[in-house]
Design a protein around this ligand. Structure first.
Ligand code: FES
Length: 78
């Protein structure tokens, strides 16, 4: 299964330094942009990352970024 486009814009989220997060890569989670386990059986796994800093992060909503889970501006070309 392919990841689905959830929205054509990034999610603005607050992350805390040193904390681990699970980003929904399949697009099916009801708790976007975070994984809620909905990917099970889809062949797409969530993407985990540890925040380096406490800051505002921009997570990809279109799932087309080459730097998942982060937005790289690709949504502007969709
Ligand atoms: S939301 Fe996907 S690249 Fe920006």
């Amino acid at each position: 299964m392919e990841s689905s486009i959830v929205q054509n814009a990034p999610y603005e989220v607050q992350v805390e330094a040193g904390k681990e997060y699970w980003y929904c890569a399949c697009g099916k989670s009801k708790n976007q942009p975070w994984c809620d386990g909905s990917h099970e059986g889809s062949g797409v796994e969530s993407i985990s990352f540890v925040a380096e800093k406490t800051e505002t992060a921009w997570l990809c909503g279109c799932r087309m970024s080459e730097k998942l889970p982060f937005c790289d501006g690709t949504h502007n070309d969709l």
